[in-house]
Design a protein. Structure first.
Length: 235
């Protein structure tokens, strides 16, 4: 029995080294298209809104843990408030080839928010729509609820500027099976996308206490959406 466990562990380590070698030596790394810090290309002051920076955690230790888990290269996290309307903009950036696509994709509301106690009330994948004069690229949409409050969300995982079409399948829960499956997401990426896995990555999340249909009627909402166009969310 002990010998079988050692053989299994050895094969597992060999597999990890093999996949690491594939990623390092065979995956072509694309050029960056976003060459400035997010804080320079995104607006912290938008007419009609009062904004403030939102930390990734409520305490410094938690912030450090989040940054360690995400292993991102840059991020922008800010809430815009006008009257009783609140809009949260979260953008995370990874340099080309710095992280496997699946390692980024699993950190989405379907995973992180649900694990944290949110309820997923409605969900639509690969959604396309025109919003406030902007023809949005394919994105994910949902309504999530916690403590009786609904939050309306749309988000993108952009790979070299194009939406990740497989993000709906990249979900991480607390179950042991999902944690096991997570180790093989890189193989899933290879199967679906070949070796084209070295593009820069953006995760863009727009969330609000108001529905997007209601926000579209707000003349000041367009300013927030316009500020995000530089990220490539528009067709």
């Amino acid at each position: 029995m002990r010998r079988s466990i050692l053989i299994f562990m050895s094969l597992g380590l060999l597999f990890v080294f093999l996949m690491t070698g594939v990623f390092i030596f065979f995956v072509p790394v694309a050029e960056r298209t976003i060459k400035k810090p997010l804080a320079e290309i995104l607006s912290d002051e938008i007419p009609g809104w009062v904004s403030h920076e939102v930390p990734l955690s409520s305490n410094p230790d938690g912030e450090e843990r989040v940054l360690d888990v995400l292993n991102l290269d840059d991020y922008f996290s800010r809430e815009y408030v006008r009257g009783d309307t609140k809009i949260m903009v979260y953008v995370a950036y990874w340099l080309p080839g710095s992280e496997p696509y699946s390692s980024v994709a699993i950190h989405n509301p379907d995973s992180c928010w649900v694990i944290a106690g949110w309820n997923k009330k409605e969900r639509e994948s690969a959604r396309k729509m025109r919003l406030a004069g902007c023809q949005l690229k394919q994105h994910e949409w949902g309504i999530y609820e916690k403590q009786g409050t609904d939050t309306h969300v749309m988000f993108w995982h952009l790979l070299g500027g194009e939406p990740n079409e497989y993000i709906e399948k990249m979900v991480w829960t607390k179950s042991g099976m999902d944690s096991f499956k997570r180790q093989f997401y890189f193989i899933f990426n290879l199967f679906q996308m070949g070796l084209d896995l070295g593009k820069e990555q953006l995760f863009v999340r727009l969330s609000s206490n108001k529905s997007f249909n209601a926000l579209e009627k707000d003349p000041y909402f367009k300013g927030i959406l316009d500020s995000l166009r530089v990220l490539g969310i528009e067709e």
